[in-house]
Design a protein around this ligand. Structure first.
Ligand code: G
Ligand code: G
Ligand code: NA
Ligand code: MN
Length: 254
């Protein structure tokens, strides 16, 4: 309960920061996208990672305000990168199932697109299959409305949920993100390699782009390239960085 009160304060005190991690096309090597990841810069405890406070934010409903903050901050940053003449890239924002079931996400997205003037195609939302567990009909409706606005949709941590695959047809999904747990030891674990191959085949047969998460070694990148995976994300390219550092990284990379 104390952490919850502190998190509520952190939101209004500006202690939440958005970091960005690049996503690289496995063929061209270009940075084609970024993922926005929230961090809590606690005045005493230092940086707290989302795994520690997102579950709490979800239970308390604070994730709606937190998610709104991350969305706005990210869209402002997209606008700033465009104003600074950087190449236009998609930036993905993580969205909690709670935001889909009881937030006002569609209104927020519509507002922030108007406010910043960025193209809806530059904004991607990452959802996990857990949305199917929380008020499925309402979530589908919200996701359909978001797609109608022109934004992109990706399924995060794909393969770790317990859902049937039918929703991939019903929803206009653009990307699948292969979970880090399958990528981590795919070059030595045959079972994980099979899962990664299957996700790539499934994604491609549905016309979706496939992104591998948690790529830390060049051997993994080579292997993913041999499997025709489209995009990689991970420490091999860069850790998630604050906006200013990411700006320098993007300029140096170009
Ligand atoms: O950055 P890190 O690897 O610690 O992120 C851990 C988890 O926190 C990931 O599952 C990620 O999806 C989630 N996460 C990061 N930022 C956000 C955010 O802004 N909103 C939500 N809902 N989840 C986030
Ligand atoms: O669940 P989600 O995919 O949104 O979370 C991504 C998380 O993975 C972030 O917390 C990010 O910091 C972390 N991450 C990103 N790249 C790597 C990596 O190469 N290795 C590891 N171990 N974690 C990573
Ligand atoms: Na994510
Ligand atoms: Mn993930």
């Amino acid at each position: 309960l104390q952490l919850e009160a502190e998190l509520r304060q952190a939101l209004s005190n500006g202690e939440l920061r958005v970091h960005y991690q690049p996503q690289v096309d496995l063929i061209s090597g270009d940075i084609v996208g970024l993922e926005a990841l929230v961090r809590w810069l606690h005045p005493e405890r230092g940086q707290i990672l989302p795994a520690e406070f997102i579950p709490l934010a979800e239970e308390s409903g604070l994730v709606v305000a937190l998610g709104d903050y991350v969305l706005r901050e990210t869209c402002r940053q997209i606008k700033q990168w465009a104003d600074n003449g950087l190449a236009s890239r998609q930036v993905a924002v993580n969205v909690s199932a709670v935001q889909l079931s009881r937030g006002r996400l569609v209104e927020s997205v519509r507002e922030v697109l108007v406010e910043t003037g960025i193209s809806p195609q530059q904004l991607e939302l990452e959802i996990t299959e857990s949305f199917l567990m929380v008020d499925r009909d309402q979530s589908f409706k919200v996701l359909e409305e978001l797609k109608a606005l022109g934004i992109r949709l990706s399924i995060d941590d794909f393969g770790t949920g317990y859902s049937s695959l039918g929703y991939l047809q019903r929803l206009e999904v653009d990307k699948l993100k292969v979970d880090i747990s399958f990528v981590r030891d795919m070059t030595t674990n045959l079972g994980n390699a099979s899962i990664v191959k299957a996700v790539i085949a499934l994604g491609h047969s549905l016309g979706l782009e496939v992104v591998a998460e948690g790529v830390e070694e060049s051997g993994q990148a080579r292997y993913l390239r041999s499997l025709r995976c489209d995009v990689m994300q991970g420490f091999l390219i860069s850790r998630p960085l604050p906006a200013e550092e990411m700006t320098r990284f993007l300029i140096a990379y170009e």
